[in-house]
Design a protein around this ligand. Sequence first.
Ligand SMILES: Cc1cc2nc3c(=O)[nH]c(=O)nc-3n(C[C@H](O)[C@H](O)[C@H](O)COP(=O)(O)OP(=O)(O)OC[C@H]3O[C@@H](n4cnc5c(N)ncnc54)[C@H](O)[C@@H]3O)c2cc1C
Length: 466
Amino acid sequence: MAEKQSFDIIVIGGGPGGYVAAIRAAQLGMRVAVVEREHLGGVCLNWGCIPTKALLRAAELRHSLDEMKEFGITVSGEISIDFAQVVKRSRKVAGRLSAGVQHLLKKNRVTLFEAEAKIGGLTNGLRAVSLSTGDSITAQHVIIATGARARSLPGIVADGKSILTYREAMVPKTMPKSLLIIGSGAIGAEFASFYHDMGVEVTLIEAMDNILPVEDAEISAVVQKAFAKRGIRIVTGARLCSLTSDGNQVTASLEGGGTDLVAERAIMAVGITGNTENLGLEESAVTVDRGHIVTDQWAATGEAGIYAIGDVTGPPWLAHKASHEGIICVEKIAGLKQVHPLGAGAVPGCTYCRPQVASVGMTEAAARDAGHEIRVGRFPFVGNGKAIAMGDDQGLVKTIFDEKTGELLGAHMVGPEVTELIQGYAIARTLEATEAELMQTVFPHPTLSEAMHESVLDAFDRAIHF
Ligand SMILES: Cc1cc2nc3c(=O)[nH]c(=O)nc-3n(C[C@H](O)[C@H](O)[C@H](O)COP(=O)(O)OP(=O)(O)OC[C@H]3O[C@@H](n4cnc5c(N)ncnc54)[C@H](O)[C@@H]3O)c2cc1C
């Protein structure tokens, strides 16, 4: 057995939570180890954020061919999709970024162990972590950043062939003719958009009344309409009773009877559950509640010296939330002054389907439920010069302000490049900006961002271009 190595911090999991925490800890002068059992970069770089965006870029290019004629460009000949190449490129992008993380860890002198880790006992203030390689390492602090995996529904087994999780859905060997997608959150909506653009007949099944149910209802309705117009079949308010495969086709039965839905394949996109098993937590005071580790605002668990960050701690299941929690956690461990807890209301969320969706802060319903008297601004992209020039003028920007204080409570967008725009409002939320500062801000012309300004103006009956 190798010599027992000791560190200030051991991070279990090399996803966007774990590797970012490790780099920040190294910057702060700590001796850091990362233990990763599969791929550096975690789900995000290998099976989530990045490869899906590579796939969606292919879909976007495919879609743009349909619009060429209006721009005076004729594409002659048959359009064909080399699907194997679409997937190959997505994997190449993921591989490149994963290798980039390895380089960053090395550059910051973070020691990497390629193994599965399990937390052990405490001796003289040092926590042991045993590795599947047979080694054991120790540290004063252990950060659990083990992420999450796809959840299923009772009685439904994703066999990886006909009934897929996001992993298989990202690397299909062939295109199905038809597809059922169960769950219309960000992951389900992105797959629906991608597969439909690739020529697949898609049915999106959602238990709630709207697709993208965590988004503002008005924004969800715009996406729902746009999806339906594209030919994506949407079934809402539909609870699944069973999903079975006979090897050739998948059949979904819904509660309340009605006709079964049938397709060649199905994707389960009904949420995720934390990787909390086999970590040795049973022996500790770490609390696991409904599949997620319970932490305080500094990522501390119930057991001194053990912390948890990212997807394993529960929603929102977002890479940037994981990274921020990692930074907050190690800065607190290092005793830095002025470390701020993560403001949940300032974490933006994006869905990269067509049309794109982005939001930060409270929905209109949540703001009302929280007792705010509100002012709501709306500005449609049909009133925005850049959107019209781009030929992409569907969607709107909605802003919600507290009537009394003028604080921006939430911003919700659907339309062109809104996933790039939302950051403007995230900064505003972080700075607790009011309508006055947002109105005074100069937005460049012609940009899509002008719709953000106009939405604020509209909340105070001052919109100029609509
Ligand atoms: C299809 C899809 C699309 C997504 N798109 C987006 C998006 O566009 N934007 C966004 O913000 N988020 C997106 N997400 C979510 C995002 O991927 C996660 O929020 C993010 O990866 C969480 O980071 P993490 O570090 O907490 O965990 P992970 O990225 O899951 O990393 C955890 C790591 O820990 C390792 N591990 C687990 N247990 C052990 C162990 N015992 N020992 C050693 N290693 C271990 C795992 O191998 C893994 O590499 C998407 C997710 C999916 C599935």
